[in-house]
Design a protein around this ligand. Sequence first.
Ligand code: PLP
Length: 385
Amino acid sequence: MASHLAALENDRIRRFLAEKNSDQPILVVDSEIVRDNFAKIARALPDTRVFYAVKANPAPEILQLLADMGSCFDCASVVEIDMALATGVTPDRISFGNTIKKERDVAAAHQRGVGLFAVDCRAEVEKVARQAPGARVFCRILADGAGAEWPLSRKFGCVPEMAADVLEHAHRNGLTAYGVSFHVGSQQNNVGAWDGALASAAAIFRDCAERGITLSMVNLGGGFPTRYLKDIPAVEAYGESIFEGLRAHFGNQIPETIIEPGRGMVGNAGVIEAEVVLVSKKSDAADELRWVYLDIGKFGGLAETMDEAIRYPIRTGRDGDAVAPCVLAGPTCDSADVMYEKAPYALPVSLEIGDKVLIEAAGAYTTTYAAVAFNGFAPLASVVI
Ligand code: PLP
């Protein structure tokens, strides 16, 4: 049987895994690819400041590399703020981008020197005003997640029509009403998806101006995709389309902009090596599907297979052999721990117990989603090379 590692294009990860010979699932992230992603994103949007979304993969080596390249950080919690600060960046390079914060966490962020906060309602404005007087706030608006494989539409943000009121409330409470943010949905395959939200942002700028409040910043959020099974547009196409949207809606008064890429920064840099624990069938019927159980599942880092939304490329040492669809499941005793069943996954018929598999494009939203000890399984091991 050919080694599963032969399927891997990335030499550095291949060499690492061959030497490591891990007996547990392990994510290996190639720092050179992260470096390349940062450079490409920064080049595609040259006038935009990059705030890496720490939640995507907070490995200290990744944060340090990005800090050294000039990145700022979008943090969702005080723990993430501390991770970003540990790189040595100054707090003015950090945004507390979660619209749902405990008031004492706002205070802790302010105490650390963070002065930029997301809000999407008056109650959140009041927390920030009480605990971080004078801070800058941006109001998140709901955006249409159409075209995104992992939409974030309903939970965060207010309707665009409410944003000027929220920002005026911030202004009246002694905060700096700084701008508008939105997220067009993660793994956004439509390069034009930013246009509608930019139109809303421009209208909010105008509305605030009429109230005597000058906004300065548009936070373009994340959404930049990573290549899973389907091709994706080049990052340059996103840059061009966003710039066109800014020009169309803001004319020659283009505001300061920031972006918060997570998946697009680290997704394609990581590969998980995992193992086939069992291959079985539920009956002897000729058309019965195989079940392939791996030693990693929804609770071990592959949470984004929820709703089968994200379909990872999976390579085996038997690629090239005949394939047949199978149900792909994880190792835990929770029956929800099934990755692909509604749309079964084609894997080689020859796949056997003990075979190693490679789950590609797994650098984002995997380690942080892995349970600490569900069923006694260790959290997903991770190495940055
Ligand atoms: N910014 C915020 C506020 C987010 O909530 C997220 C993801 O959840 C991101 C940025 C990163 O998004 P993406 O991974 O699509 O780039």
